[in-house]
Design a protein around this ligand. Structure first.
Ligand code: PTJ
Length: 264
């Protein structure tokens, strides 16, 4: 479908089309379309822009990935369909490995996602032929690579289910999540919960990584100073403020402008 660039919700509609195409190509599972709808609902509520606390988390995430010994970015079907280029760009900017890790795992889909990442510029993609398991996980999400997620010290898990986030934190890893739902188990358990839309979050993280690339001391300082509980509280306060504005309370003008744009 051709979406006119003048459409007020162009970016959101392009994301939907990418996902539907990803489903047609056997990259996205039907459950991924449902997950996206849930994400969109939160994005409407948050105003379809990166909230200030998310920017802080994104900068921290970039700092953490840059200063890690062995950073890994986990990729699932939705991520490969929505943001293959941004994912590869971030992996390059922070020298992280890419690993395909799926909840609804089939070997054919792992191969298709690895191929999509290579088409977006990735040279080295882990995922096929896993040789390790994340302890305490029953699902196929447990299958991973010894030289990838299993031995990573920092793992970025965009659009995740809470089980694996908890399991990775139990293994002693620093886990960065990207999830628009601040109440999800993933956001609640991650070491750095980024509550923002995937493509926006990845682009911001690439920008921050490039800024911090040659300033390791500054990156370490940012990672140390992060207050995850305070950040999640700030996100919820922002959401509450948005809802009050939409309801007609203070800051009405800003709220109504955003709510007008938040319908297709
Ligand atoms: O490709 P697979 O087999 O690994 O499966 C991928 C999905 C996404 C189906 C799987 O991981 C899953 O079921 O995830 P959940 O438990 O539905 O969680 C996905 C979370 O991502 C939800 O909390 C959504 O709000 C959030 N989300 C969805 N789309 C976006 C998003 N967050 C940020 N940006 C989005 N575009």
């Amino acid at each position: 479908m051709k979406i006119p660039k003048s459409h007020p919700r162009y970016a959101s509609l392009v994301r939907r089309e990418r996902l539907v195409q990803g489903w047609r190509d056997g990259i996205v599972v039907p459950e991924g379309l449902i997950a996206h709808g849930r994400g969109e609902a939160f994005d409407y509520l948050l105003g379809e822009e990166t909230p200030a606390p998310a920017l802080v988390s994104e900068k921290t995430a970039a700092a953490l990935l840059l200063t890690a010994d062995h950073p890994v970015i986990s990729v699932n079907g939705n991520v490969a369909a929505l943001a293959p280029k941004e994912t590869v760009r971030l992996a390059r900017a922070v020298s992280a490995r890419l690993e395909v890790n799926l909840f609804h795992r089939t070997e054919a889909r792992v191969a298709r996602i690895a191929k999509a990442l290579r088409a977006a510029g990735a040279r080295d993609v882990l995922g096929p032929r896993p040789d390790a398991r994340i302890p305490g996980l029953e699902s196929k999400r447990a299958l991973c690579h010894r030289e990838g997620i299993y031995s990573a010290d920092v793992v970025l898990v965009p659009l995740e289910d809470g089980d694996r986030t908890e399991a990775l934190v139990r293994m002693g890893k620093r886990v960065i999540s990207i999830d628009l739902n601040p109440l999800s188990r993933t956001s609640q358990r991650a070491s750095v919960p980024v509550v923002d839309e995937l493509t926006r979050a990845l682009s911001n993280m690439v920008t921050f990584a490039k800024e911090l690339q040659h300033h390791p001391e500054e990156a370490r300082r940012i990672a140390r100073a992060y207050d995850r509980a305070g950040n999640l509280r700030a996100t919820l306060s922002f959401l509450a403020w948005r809802l009050r504005s939409l309801h007609g309370g203070r800051n009405r003008r800003r709220g109504s402008r955003r709510s007008d744009s938040a319908s297709t």
